[in-house]
Every structure is written in C-alpha cells, then in structure tokens.
Design a protein around this ligand. Structure first.
Ligand SMILES: [Zn+2]
Length: 585
C-alpha cells in the first residue's frame, strides 16, 4: 500500500466505522461466527466464567448460570463477578446474537446487537432493559376514585372448551398447563408464595388459578404452554432453553419488573405480591402478562400526549388499552379489552409489532387453525345451539371461521349470541350470516361490547354460513384494528326451521324418513291426521305434491337427478310445517 495514502485510508476507516456505529461508544466484537468461536474456546477452558469485552476497555468476567450451545444455537446468562446485583444474557444463532450486561449498582447497561453479521457492544440507557424498574411507575387510577375497579366477568359460555377457559374448578394450582405437550414453555414459578399446594398470605387457590389463567389468555394465540409445574419447565429447558422463559413470584411487596428479551434464557422476571387489595388474581395476572411481554422483547406502549408518556392510558371511547401500556387506567371499564399492539393508535410512542416479535424473533409458533375450511353447526335434538358443541379460536388476524347450516322451506329464525370466552380476553367478536350467494344477510359487532348477537333474525330457505372473525372498532388510530383481536369464542342460541346434515328436522320430530339418502324411494313414517307432502328441488321448484291421511307413505323421486331435495309436510289441522332434506344418490 502507498504510504502516502495510509493516513487518509485510516481516516476513512474511522469515519465509516463511526458512522456505522452512530456514536464512538460502540465496540465491534467481531462477526457472529468469530464471537461464537470465542465463546466456544473460552467455554472449553473454563465452563463457569466468560470474559466479556466492553467498549470502555474493561473486561467483565461473567459467572455463568446457564449455558446452552448446540448447532449454533446459543443461550447463556449469568452475573458479573464483581457485581452480583447484575444480569448478563446472550442468545441467538449463526445469523444473529443479542444480549446485554446490566449493572444495577452503577445503573449502567451495555447492549450487544448484530447488524450485517457484525456483533457490537455499546452502553445504553438501563431503562431499555428494565423499563419497569427505571421508568416512573405505572399508577392505579387515583384521579378516578369514584370509579370502582371492574374485573372481567366470566361468560356463562366459558365451560373448559380449553383447559385455561372457565372458572376455577379445584385444580392443583402447582400443576397447571395451558398447552400440555408443547415444547415452548413459560413457567410461572410461584413456589415462594406457596406452602405446598396452598397459597400463602391468605390468598386462595382460585386467585392463583386466575393469575395463571390471565397469562395463558394473553398468549393463547401461540402454541406456548404457560405452566406452574416445575417438572414441565425442567423437561422443556433440558430439550432447548431457547424455547423457554420463566418469571419468579416474590413473597414481598415491590415493583414487578422483567428483563427485556430474556425469553430463551433462564433469566427471570420478578412478580411481587401486591396489589394487596382488589383482585389479586386479575391484577397480578395482568402484571404477569405485561412482564412476560417484556421478556418476549416488548418495551412500553406509551402515549406522547400524556404528561407522563411512558405507559399509554388507553382509549375510553372503545375501552381498549395495549397490555404493554397502563392497564390500571382501564380497570373501571366494564368491557375492558387489553391486547397486543403495533402502535396504530394516535400518540403511539413506538411501532413494535408485538405478535411478530414473539412469532419471528422468538420463534414461538401460532396455534394451528382449528377450523381451516368450514364446520357444520351442531344442533341439539330441540334445535338448540350449545357453547360446548360450537366454539373455536381466532388464532391469527387473517383467520375467519365459518359454521354452516341449512334452513328448510318453511324458513327459520335465529337467535344467537357469540361470546369471547377467555377471562382476560383479547377477542372482540365480529360475526355475520352469509347466504349461499355470498351476501351477508345480517352482521353484528356491538360497539364497546365484545360479543356479537343476532336477535330474531328471519332467514328464508337455503344454505348459510355463520362467519366469525376478530373485530375492530372505530379506526385503528382512534380505536383498534383486528390486529390482536384474537382468542376463543363460543355460541349459544336457537334456530327454528333448521335442517341438519342428515336430513332430520328439528321440529315435528315424530316424523321419520328412511332410507335417506336413498336411490329415490323414501318412506315417510309417523304422520298424524291429514298432511300435504311437498318436495322442492335445489332452485326451489315444486317437483312433488301429495295429500295423504295415512300414517306412512312412500315418496318416489326415482326419475329425479341425484342431489339434495327439500321436503315440507303441512298438517291440514294444525298448519304445523315440518321440513328437511332428502338425498337422492
Ligand atoms: Zn413494563
């Protein structure tokens, strides 16, 4: 190299380095591969200590508490030797590493990030890693003392459709699992506030159940097992610590907090036992879901127009607030809805895509769509629609569940309510009834109310779909979109005039038809008095009509094409109409 050019070459190098780093405080540790090799080499020499280079020129020895390094997947965490009141984590894979060192005593923090395969370390604001310790506290709604805290009310339709749904039913609260069998596990370690299977401090098992339930609710779109069982956590951690996280309950009052993005390591968030009054189960449950959100990588959803912008107070007009905002402020809303957010509301202080962070950054998989095509509504013998038979999950905001049903030639009337059935729910139900032409004949998404309801909706004969989706209210800027309108729902009601898939009718049940399907020969039994029997084809054209006073009669459709036909039996005396399907094969 030409000596004359050297100084300017160095200048250019320095210039490009500092412009990449934004500040001169950043130190490049090397490529991802070289950093992983260094970690491997150090670990081979001594498995308990890792020497971390800081951009200050210091080297910090870390006492390692967790070390997992397999197939290029790394998870390690520990504490600085010289500062026990500290936390170090480093995790990632062959394409990216992320971590930090937090020294609480000196209130300093160093973040390790990867950009274009280059791993760097730089000093950052400690509040970025522990937002709930170093920012102003989230406060309960003291200025609204006249308002009473309103905890959610269980939907009467919530009846254990999934293990985390419905009221406490005397389960062992040290063995709760929301997704038994999933390799992704988040452990609520409440051993410090338990005596065996009994909670300390006068708390009830039901409250401990609800803490777990609220947390399971907020993460139910993911195939993630929220558990209180240490054995389940230990097994998952042994398989891959990168798929696990944990939070520790503390038997003291204090400010709950968690380390940002420490999911995938054994570093734990901290859950203090307050609030001392109000509903411990719900209050601590919301806090647990929020702190776990930090551990998944989320910072606060703030409000730039507030005096204290740190935690967004939510939108009273639609009774919605992001769970990473101030969930105490919405405590008095009767239909409070706390969800994940991507900062769509006006005054949002950041645009983190919470669901993407969990799904892409932390690799936590969504639940598999439970109704990928359509599903027939299941009726009881009397035409009732039961929430134990008819429920589902909106796991992603692109999901729509379609329940099909048929209305016979006499027409019908539907009365149906669809509830979100999780306790700390995120789902705002939007529902519509769509006819066979694809036209919505009725739709419902009640404002500030999370259910959908159809009251005395008259339906003419034909095939319908009840389509259920996550709803939105107002605009994404003034209300909320369907971004995180996710969760479980169930439905309850009645439909008169419905025809089930086998052709049985739901009223006038004394009449039977066999065989059905048939080659065109049908026998109607159980007729009473004088009746007119009519049969219609699929376009509603009358193809058969007969008056009879017999209790049993044969109907011959052998000349007709294969397909589905609708019969109608009109009783001359009572004018009662029975209807159903005939299938010619
Ligand atoms: Zn927080």
């Amino acid at each position: 190299m030409n000596k004359h050019l050297l100084p300017s070459f160095i200048f250019l190098l320095l210039f490009s380095f500092s412009s990449f780093a934004q500040t001169n405080k950043k130190l490049a540790l090397g490529t991802v591969g070289s950093v992983l090799t260094d970690i491997n080499n150090q670990h081979a020499k001594t498995s308990s200590v890792y020497a971390l280079k800081l951009q200050t020129g210091d080297v910090m020895d870390i006492n390692i508490e967790n070390y997992y390094n397999e197939n290029g997947n790394l998870s390690m965490n520990g504490k600085a030797q010289e500062s026990p009141n500290s936390l170090f984590i480093l995790k990632g894979n062959l394409s990216s590493l992320y971590g930090y060192l937090v020294l609480h005593d000196s209130k300093t923090a160093f973040e390790i990030t990867t950009s274009d395969d280059l791993v760097s370390i730089e000093e950052i604001d400690i509040a970025k890693i522990y937002p709930d310790v170093y920012e102003k506290p989230m406060t309960p709604p003291v200025e609204n003392n006249s308002l009473t805290r309103g905890n959610p009310v269980y939907s009467p339709m919530a009846q254990r459709q999934a293990v985390h749904i419905g009221k406490y039913n005397n389960e062992d609260v040290t063995k709760l699992q929301s997704r038994p069998g999933s390799e992704y596990v988040f452990y609520l370690n409440h051993s410090a506030v338990m005596n065996g299977t009994t909670p300390k401090n006068g708390r009830t098992k039901e409250e401990m159940f609800r803490v777990w339930q609220c947390t399971a609710d907020q993460y139910s779109m993911f195939n993630l097992n929220v558990t209180t069982d240490p054995a389940v956590y230990a097994a998952a951690k042994a398989n891959s610590v990168l798929k696990t996280g944990n939070i520790k309950f503390v038997d003291e009052d204090g400010r709950s907090n968690a380390c940002v993005a420490c999911f995938g390591t054994t570093a734990a968030g901290t859950l203090y036992r307050n609030p001392g009054n109000g509903d411990y189960g719900y209050g601590i449950g919301m806090t647990c879901a929020h702190e776990m959100g930090h551990q998944m990588g989320m910072s606060h959803d703030g409000g730039s127009a507030q005096t204290d912008p740190e935690y967004f107070f939510g939108l009273p007009a639609v009774e919605w607030c992001p769970i990473m905002g101030n969930y105490w402020k919405g405590g008095s809303w009767p239909n409070q809805l706390f969800t994940w957010s991507k900062g769509e509301y006006n005054t949002a202080t950041q645009k983190q895509d919470d669901l993407k962070i969990m799904n892409v950054n932390e690799n936590v998989p969504y639940m598999v769509d439970d109704i990928p095509t359509t599903k027939a509504i299941k009726f009881s013998n009397t035409g009732g629609i039961s929430p134990l038979d008819n429920w589902g999950q909106i796991a992603q905001n692109t999901d729509a569940d379609a329940f099909t049903f048929e209305v016979g030639p006499g027409g019908g009337t539907i009365n149906l309510k669809i509830d979100p059935i999780e306790y700390l729910r995120q789902l705002d139900v939007a529902a519509k009834i769509v006819n066979s032409q694809g036209t919505a004949v009725s739709s419902s998404n009640l404002a500030k109310h999370r259910s959908a309801e159809f009251k005395n909706v008259a339906l003419t004969a034909g095939s319908y779909s009840l389509v259920i989706q996550g709803g939105s209210e107002l605009t994404p800027q003034t209300g909320f979109s369907n971004y995180s309108s996710l969760g479980y729902y169930a439905m309850e009601g009645t439909l008169t005039g419905a025809v089930t898939a086998t052709g049985e009718i739901l009223s006038g049940a004394s009449i039977s038809i066999f065989p059905n399907p048939s080659n065109g020969d049908f026998t109607f039994n159980g007729l009473k008095g004088e009746n007119t029997i009519e049969v219609y084809d699929f376009v509603g054209k009358l193809i058969y009509e007969e008056k009879t006073s017999q209790t049993s009669i044969g109907v011959n459709l052998k000349e007709e094409r294969q397909g589905i036909y609708v019969y109608k039996i009109i009783n001359a005396a009572t004018k009662e109409i029975s209807a159903g399907k005939l299938i010619v094969q």
